[in-house]
Design a protein around this ligand. Structure first.
Ligand code: NDP
Ligand code: MG
Length: 405
């Protein structure tokens, strides 16, 4: 029985993970859950899954939870997330949104817990110190992001993750790494093919209307600007220890090929499947085994028994080059990882703040990329030494973004 702590259990990834746990009670137990604004969802989850500990956003909600569930350990706020991250468990699923995921992940790794990582911002902002700590502690960092789960699967047995870690460690697994390129696929989002002018006045609803995936609002906007793919290039750089110039983005509107790896002999290995996050969530939780998910998929408006049907959905797989001039967030992300130091932290902080402002109706869609560029232009990028410094830089870049708007 694997004891699972889910950080962000009320969100899109978190609720899908709980569905997996509900359907696999012999394998997993949810020992810890966290939520912030969706407190009623969290209360229902506590009733059903009976965790030992929970974390909520503020003291008032903590009192409410404690009154109803006196036996449950209740934490709250930013410090509460770090406290709950130190609880006894076998694996921590980090499904938090944004930079809030960094400090608790660092804490869980320092306690030697394996991590199933959905929260890509943790690696964008803290990639260097987080992967270093994973190596020191012998912790597995298992990707949940679908592209990275795909790359992880392509690398298995190919010098990538023979030792059960997402990143390769040639010294320990003894296999020579011979990756030529990582081909990171992207759906292109709802505005694929549009010009910058055509995107200037898009509405929040249009930007939230992702063609293939149903996700939380922040990542959905990131997919529309293609910052999501930029964040994923940086995430892949740290997870697989591959320089950014070996990571190419391929737009693949069908979202069936979740990413590929090209090796030095010209062989390309791809991972495919219907676009459903339960596949990568399940693999990260059950690794190295695979769950029996197909019966579940067949019930959900799927034409088939749940498998990928190559004569319908899988029959037309197309690929095109990413338009990095129009979707300039992608270029900004490449520039940030090449610059190094705190550049990705600054970019990520500004992006989070600006996406929140767009979702609040305070700025236009194209202001997101334009303002990130301006924040980057005004910042210097000394390397942060620890989580505390990263969080300070994050705050400052958000302040600059607000000021520039
Ligand atoms: P959601 O917004 O749906 O869920 C986020 C979760 O984190 C919720 O439980 C939310 O609580 C909680 N949360 C948000 N902000 C804070 C905060 N400041 N402090 C404490 N808790 C907080 O996001 P997703 O599930 O879509 O995404 C989660 C992560 O996974 C992101 O990093 C995203 O990029 C990544 N990811 C998501 C995919 C998807 O399909 N959804 C695919 C690949 C990666 P509450 O809702 O109660 O306020
Ligand atoms: Mg992804």
């Amino acid at each position: 029985m694997k004891k699972v702590l889910i950080l962000g259990s009320t969100g899109s990834i978190g609720t899908q993970a709980l569905e997996i746990i509900r359907n696999n009670k012999d394998k997993f137990r949810a020992v810890g859950l966290t939520g912030r604004s969706r407190i009623d969802v969290l209360l229902a989850q506590i009733r059903e899954f009976e965790p030992e500990a929970v974390c909520v956003g503020n003291e008032e909600d903590a009192k409410r939870v404690k009154a109803e569930f006196p036996k449950v350990d209740v934490h709250f706020g930013e410090s509460g997330l770090v406290e709950i991250a130190s609880m006894d468990c076998d694996i921590v699923l980090n499904a938090l949104m944004g930079i809030s995921g960094l400090a608790p992940t660092y804490e869980a790794i320092s306690r030697g817990r394996d991590i199933a990582l959905a929260n890509k911002e943790t690696l964008v902002a803290g990639g260097e110190i987080v992967t270093k700590l994973c190596k020191e502690k012998g912790v597995k960092l298992l990707p949940v992001d679908s592209e990275h789960s795909a790359i992880f699967q392509c690398l298995e047995g190919n010098g990538g993750s023979a030792c059960g870690r997402a990143y390769a460690e040639p010294e320990t697994d003894g296999i020579k790494r011979d990756i030529r390129r990582i081909l990171l696929t992207a759906s292109g989002g709802p505005f694929r093919g549009r010009t910058i002018d055509e995107m200037r006045n898009v509405t929040i609803e249009q930007a939230l209307n992702h063609p293939n995936w149903s996700m939380g609002s922040k990542i959905t906007i990131d997919s529309a600007t293609m910052m999501n793919k930029g964040l994923e290039v940086i995430e892949a750089r740290w997870l697989f220890d591959v320089p950014a110039d070996k990571i190419d983005v391929h737009v693949h509107p069908e979202s069936i090929v979740h990413s590929m790896v090209e090796f030095m002999d010209g062989s390309v290995i791809a991972q495919m499947g219907l676009p459903d996050m339960k596949i990568p969530i399940g693999l990260a939780l059950d690794y190295p085994s695979r769950l029996n998910l197909l019966p579940e998929f067949s019930g959900k408006n799927r034409e088939t028994d749940g498998s990928l049907d190559f004569f319908t959905k899988g029959s037309n797989l197309t690929f095109e080059q990413a338009d990095r001039k129009t979707f300039k967030c992608l270029d900004i992300a490449y520039a940030a990882i090449n610059e190094g130091g705190s550049a990705p932290v600054v970019m990520n902080g500004a992006n989070e703040e600006l996406v929140a402002m767009f979702l609040a109706g305070r700025i236009g869609f194209t202001d997101i990329a334009d303002t990130i560029e301006r924040v980057m232009g005004k910042s210097s990028f000394a390397s942060p030494a620890d989580v505390k410094e990263i969080l300070e830089i994050d705050k400052e870049s958000r302040r600059m973004a607000r000021e520039l708007v």
